[in-house]
Design a protein. Structure first.
Length: 608
């Protein structure tokens, strides 16, 4: 959620920190700040609002020095104010800290420190960390941090500096991601490798309970016992250009248009014509384990949860394996009976989602094989799962997920094909699916041709306060996803339903000011959905239909129609998601919303 960028080297820290914070804006935040050192002098600058507000302040009061830490905060304790913005500095001015995560016992620690005469300047849990480190500090900042960490209950990703150690940045991690950037004569610290794009291509991922010490010329990592550990240096696989908007007005629109390429990347090298099947190199489960699987649990949050719901239909239809889909936030606290031959698959864009990570760890504790479907190479969930599949979708900067969703569904489709070929799908069926999957990027390109008609529909409906999204079978989860997209970026109340469920209560919401979006391309339940549409029309509700190209029957019944190519039902979730993403985007633009950074939201939710 929050963003960290730290620097120590031969260059001025301020411009590097500001550029890093800009690259982390997509994570969601409400304030920003920086602390730098020039010898024993600490310079603190912070502002509520956007990074741009901090930059304006820095023009008036620069933060000099070649050592610094900076932060974008997503409020957990205390409102978004200048005083609550990070970094936080101890009352003696000797320690500055930025922090991602939540310290659960901060209130008790704060009371204890206050009895010792220490005064606090903010409402945050983070300030407790700064005060504790300062109390433990003599001349060794790393020692002071290491002595403080056992006192903290909760999660943290920390970056710490001190005027007493003016050439050092210390980092620590527990449950909140932290990555070091390796340079020549300079080193970096960040909560997300995206912050380091353009600065270095070499990174080292910290593990839980590790601390690191960075100087301009060196770095090292220690574990809980203060024993130095070696960690592999990895390459960032993002091109700097991938994180730019190019000619698009917003990242979200750029990422919608990147979906043909992201789908090609998700499928590249994974479709095997000779076998009529898919191939995955990182599952780390042998074929016997996969054949013995009697149940699959898919666990995820938000948009990834909707992809998992599509996966349920795919696995049960194509592989004939029973599937349960669980909200990770609920699954981590439930104690459901799980059969021995059950595989748990965690689905996540960032690979750092706290609830999904906790669900994965709980499954591993109980001895179940675990897989991940993830976009970020080297992320915590990708490392901790027994095996998994990367999306290779490239960086997704817009908070509202688009290309990650369609890539997740594509990967789930290939997994369903792979498992289905192990069980009952014939080679002919598998070969046909491979051809249909290979055509998918071009079908998405064709679908993007609906852009202008979607834009016109957005102009007609952007002033409404309520929206309904309705689909059946494979398209019910897409209705949920379409409603979520609209809620996330336009702030319009929207609900997704299985279309047949409307008559069991929600139809009471229908009126002339509440449009209903029907997902109704031709398929096995087309006539049923048409009947559901008639129920809405009979009660005066406006209807927008997403229909198969050339479908005159849908066009004659709906008030507005968006055409998509004719595809098999199992591929309809990917194709129908495209116009829903475009509709949410254009409605949000017309309402004057911040499309890429919607209020109150964060891209990577690393707190519970």
């Amino acid at each position: 959620m929050c963003g960290i960028i730290g620097y120590v080297g031969y260059r001025e820290a301020e411009p590097i920190a500001v550029e890093g914070l800009r690259r982390l804006e997509y994570r969601g935040y409400d304030s920003a700040g920086i602390a730098t050192l020039t010898g024993p002098q600490l310079h603190l600058r912070k502002r509520a609002g956007r990074v741009a507000d901090l930059v304006n302040y820095l023009q008036e009061r620069p933060a000099p020095g070649c050592v610094g830490i900076s932060h974008t905060r997503w409020a957990t304790h205390g409102p978004a104010t200048d005083g609550n913005a990070h970094p936080h500095v101890s009352s003696d001015g000797q320690v500055a800290v930025v922090h991602n995560g939540v310290i659960e016992n901060y209130a008790a620690l704060k009371r204890q420190l206050q009895t010792e005469g220490i005064t606090f300047q903010s409402d945050t849990d983070t300030e407790v960390i700064a005060q504790l480190i300062a109390r433990n500090l003599d001349e060794d900042l790393l020692e002071a941090v290491s002595r403080t960490l056992p006192l903290l209950k909760g999660t943290y990703g920390l970056a710490v500096i001190s005027p007493r150690c003016p050439d050092l940045v210390v980092g620590a991690r527990l449950g909140s991601p932290l990555v070091m950037g390796i340079g020549e004569g300079e080193h970096f610290l960040a909560s997300d490798p995206a912050a380091l794009v353009g600065q270095t291509e070499k990174v080292v991922y910290l593990q839980d309970h590790q601390v690191c010490a960075l100087t301009a010329d060196n770095y090292h990592i220690e574990d809980q016992q203060r024993i130095r550990v070696e960690a592999p240096v990895q390459q960032i696989d993002w091109d700097p250009g991938e994180a730019d908007k190019a000619l698009f007005e917003h990242y979200m629109l750029k990422e919608i248009y990147e979906q043909p390429e992201s789908l090609e990347n998700a499928m590249r090298g994974r479709l095997v014509e000779a076998d009529g099947s898919a191939h995955f190199g990182g599952l780390n489960l042998d074929t016997q384990q996969l054949r013995r699987a009697e149940r699959i649990i898919l666990t995820a949050c938000g948009t990834s949860y909707h992809a998992a719901l599509v996966g349920e239909y795919l696995f049960e239809e194509l592989a004939r394996i029973p599937v349960e889909v669980e909200y990770a936030s609920e699954f981590r606290y439930r104690n459901p009976p799980i059969d021995r031959n059950t595989i748990v698959i965690a689905i996540t864009q960032s690979g750092e989602t706290a609830d999904t990570l906790a669900a994965l760890r709980e499954s591993k504790r109980k001895g179940h094989p675990t897989l991940s479907i993830c976009n970020v190479v080297g992320s915590t969930i990708a490392r901790e799962a027994d095996g998994g599949v990367y999306l290779h979708a490239g960086p997704e900067i817009g908070v509202a997920s688009t290309k990650a969703f369609t890539s997740q569904v594509a990967v789930l489709t290939m997994l369903a094909l792979y498992l289905g070929r192990m069980r009952h799908l014939s080679s002919i069926q598998g070969s046909r699916m491979i051809q249909e999957l290979r055509s998918l990027p071009d079908l998405v390109r064709a679908t993007l041709g609906c852009h202008d008609s979607v834009k016109e529909i957005a102009r007609r409906y952007y002033r409404v306060n309520n929206f309904l999204y309705l689909g059946r079978q494979f398209l019910y989860p897409v209705a949920l996803e379409g409603a979520l997209k609209l809620k996330e970026i336009s702030y319009i109340h929207a609900e997704g339903y299985a279309a047949a469920e409307m008559k069991h209560g929600p139809i009471a919401l229908v009126d002339p000011d509440t449009p209903s979006m029907f997902l109704m391309p031709r398929g096995s339940v087309f006539e049923k959905v048409m009947s559901n549409l008639e129920e809405i029309k009979a009660r005066g509700g406006p209807v927008i239909a997403i229909a198969t190209e050339g479908d005159e029957e849908a066009a004659s019944r709906a008030d507005d129609v968006i055409y998509i190519p004719d595809v098999p039902e199992y591929l309809q979730p990917i194709i129908t998601a495209i116009p829903l993403q475009l509709l949410a985007y254009h409605i949000a633009v017309l309402r004057g919303c911040d499309v890429d950074k919607p209020r109150n939201l964060a891209k990577s939710v690393t707190v519970e």
